[in-house]
Design a protein around this ligand. Structure first.
Ligand SMILES: NC(=O)c1ccc[n+]([C@@H]2O[C@H](COP(=O)([O-])OP(=O)(O)OC[C@H]3O[C@@H](n4cnc5c(N)ncnc54)[C@H](O)[C@@H]3O)[C@@H](O)[C@H]2O)c1
Length: 596
């Protein structure tokens, strides 16, 4: 028979605790909500009221249900109020000694049959459990932030947690409308083990001035469809909490340097910049606890004049290449009103590209997204050529030929001879150093990377890559062109993977390593990232779509350039590629797609 949890206790009403109280009370369970002092209790009460009031304002909760919810919560200072609850969830700061002290006290205060749970993100549940006389009734119940919204709960069993306790907690999660994954006690469990290396890396990029906070966040939102960028997420998690989680994961998780907190984090915590909860972290908020970002001294000017500052006028654009990317890019420029010269290696190829552009534009017409007249005008702006000589009078060239350095260098040397002075020369390379291509010309100051995402007409992001030789005018021109195309251009340095791939692929590779270590299954890992972190696809779904060979190649490049031991490609990924399991395109990757 499963336990009936009619009253639960929550210890610590900060970022997580207040949300956990709401989850229980919303589901008809009485809650004893405990804090360390009256002011802290008031803060917790205010957080709960703020959250439920917002839910009412959004029409997600009836006013009467909100009032009933609040009636179910009993607030108290001190653990003694927890003497008769069925379950306690602890959500105090991420320090082992503090948690151990609280568990020892809970063990004394609570009834013998009460289950004691921790919401820790990275500490050892086992080490917390041995502070009690009932380690078999201690378990991890790891909620995600914001607890009322995120569907996932990681249930963490230690080697001594009794199977009945695990089953009871799993049943409770279902009653709360949550999806649970049950796993063993390992630093970071599933989601944080995959998330925090990525977050720390993003902070490192920001610290190194590799890109601005806005550009790093926009890149991951628009390039990967994430609900928020990594720096905004750090602010939501709380920088003090994030620091402790990273520090613990570094110490417990094999001293992976990627988990060693970036020094800037410690400085920000010391300076009281804790994120949303203190009103300032990577961004500045309206007031402490508010989700509303307000402009500060680092906010870029958003006016058109500012974007175009120093930019050169562009009316005619050359696009070199005949593949998927070139075809999409031609369409994007022509639709935005630019005159386009398409150059391929022969008129047959030009005819094919022309057909592909027409087909794509026609789809837009059929879907009602493009007027027939606009389609015709766009097509009328494109001229088709098989010789680079026709690029003599363009203002911008976008190169999208095969991803081979020798081919690109030869092409840029030719462009250098043919194009007029002042032209911006752009490469769409996703993995080669832009500076190598730039140095094939006598005008490296005019060379930038314009990394479009596939499919170019759909994806809203372009990475603008500036090398150490790129002039501010060329960068400004590239940014202004992105804006004119209706895309978000994010500016970054010339390093392997730019922003998106450098942050995305190590995470995917880590997921493969986790699977390889048999810590969890592909399904549970995919679930965890989708339901715990709001990712549109889980890592294995995404790897099968991107292609395992492509993913392996990108991961190898990152590893070779940055020499980061943690970036070494997962052996399982290499084996699957060797076996020809490349993902959807071969009908088998991490999953079998032959019947779909
Ligand atoms: N922030 C996140 O995104 C997140 C997500 C999942 C899990 N967690 C985990 O949840 C736990 C809490 O993290 P948080 O971000 O909510 O921290 P927080 O700093 O926002 O809140 C902690 C609360 O605990 C209270 N507290 C401290 N000592 C106490 C005591 N002795 N008795 C009662 N209350 C006490 C504090 O007053 C504070 O309100 C940590 O273990 C963290 O790793 C955090």
């Amino acid at each position: 028979m499963t336990r009936d949890f009619s009253t639960v206790g929550v210890v610590g009403l900060g970022t997580m605790g207040a949300g956990i109280v709401e989850v229980f009370a919303r589901n008809g369970i009485d809650v004893v909500a405990v804090e360390i002092s009256e002011p802290a209790l008031e803060r917790g009460r205010a957080t709960l009221s703020g959250s439920t009031d917002r839910a009412v304002a959004k029409g997600k909760l009836a006013a009467a249900d909100r009032d009933a919810l609040h009636e179910r919560v009993h607030f108290a200072v001190g653990l003694d109020a927890l003497h008769s609850v069925d379950l306690v969830i602890e959500a105090v700061p991420e320090h082992l000694d503090l948690k151990q002290r609280i568990f020892a006290e809970l063990d004394r205060v609570c009834r013998p049959e009460t289950i004691l749970a921790t919401n820790t993100s990275s500490l050892s549940v086992t080490e917390i459990s041995v502070a009690t006389s009932r380690p078999n009734q201690v378990i991890g119940i790891h909620f995600f932030n914001p607890a009322p919204v995120m569907k996932l709960v990681e249930v963490v069993r230690t080697v001594v947690t009794s199977p009945e306790v695990v089953a009871d907690v799993e049943a409770l999660c279902a009653r709360l409308g949550k999806v649970d994954v049950t796993i063993n006690d390992r630093a970071g469990f599933i989601a944080n083990a995959l998330l925090f290396g990525y977050l720390n890396h993003a902070v490192g990029m920001f610290e190194a001035h590799y890109a601005t906070r806005e550009d790093i966040d926009a890149a991951m939102k628009l390039g990967c469809g994430l609900p928020m960028g990594p720096l905004a997420l750090m602010d939501l998690i709380g920088l003090d909490t994030a620091y402790e989680i990273l520090d613990t994961m570094y110490r417990r998780g094999g001293r992976d340097r990627r988990h060693a907190p970036v020094p800037l984090l410690k400085q920000m915590v010391t300076a009281g910049l804790l994120g949303r909860k203190s009103g300032r972290g990577f961004y500045t908020y309206e007031r402490p606890g508010s989700p509303v970002v307000v402009p500060d001294e680092a906010t870029p000017l958003a006016t058109e004049a500012a974007v175009a500052d120093g930019a050169r006028a562009i009316t005619k654009v050359g696009v070199v290449g005949s593949g998927t990317m070139a075809t999409g890019i031609i369409e994007v420029f022509a639709k935005a009103g630019y005159e386009v010269v398409s150059v391929t290696r022969g008129m047959e190829k030009s005819a094919k590209v022309c057909e592909a552009v027409k087909t794509s534009l026609n789809k837009g017409v059929v879907r009602g997204k493009l007027a027939e007249a606009d389609r015709d005008a766009a097509l009328g702006r494109i001229s088709w050529s098989a010789t680079l000589d026709h690029l003599a009078d363009v203002d911008l060239v976008v190169e999208a030929v095969v991803e081979e350095l020798s081919v690109k260098k030869a092409l840029f040397a030719s462009l250098d001879e043919i194009c007029k002075p002042g032209v911006v020369l752009a490469t769409t390379t996703s993995s080669l150093p832009v500076i190598d291509v730039a140095m094939a010309t006598h005008r490296p100051a005019d060379v930038v990377g314009l990394h479009f995402f596939n499919p170019a007409p759909v994806m809203p992001l372009v990475e603008v890559v500036r090398t150490i030789r790129t002039s501010p005018e060329a960068t400004a021109t590239a940014r202004a062109v992105c804006a004119a195309l209706g895309k978000t251009g994010v500016v970054c340095g010339d390093r392997s993977g730019f922003i998106v791939n450098a942050l995305l692929f190590p995470y995917l590779n880590d997921a493969v390593k986790m699977l390889e270590a048999s810590y969890s299954t592909a399904d549970d890992i995919d679930h965890a990232m989708k339901l715990g972190c709001g990712y549109p696809m889980g890592p294995f779904e995404l790897l099968d779509v991107v292609g395992l060979d492509v993913s392996l190649a990108i991961q190898r490049e990152l590893y070779l350039e940055l020499r980061e031991p943690g970036f070494a490609p997962a052996p399982l990924l290499e084996h699957l590629v060797t076996a020809g399991y490349l993902g959807r395109k071969t009908r088998r990757g991490f999953r079998d797609h032959s019947h779909r």
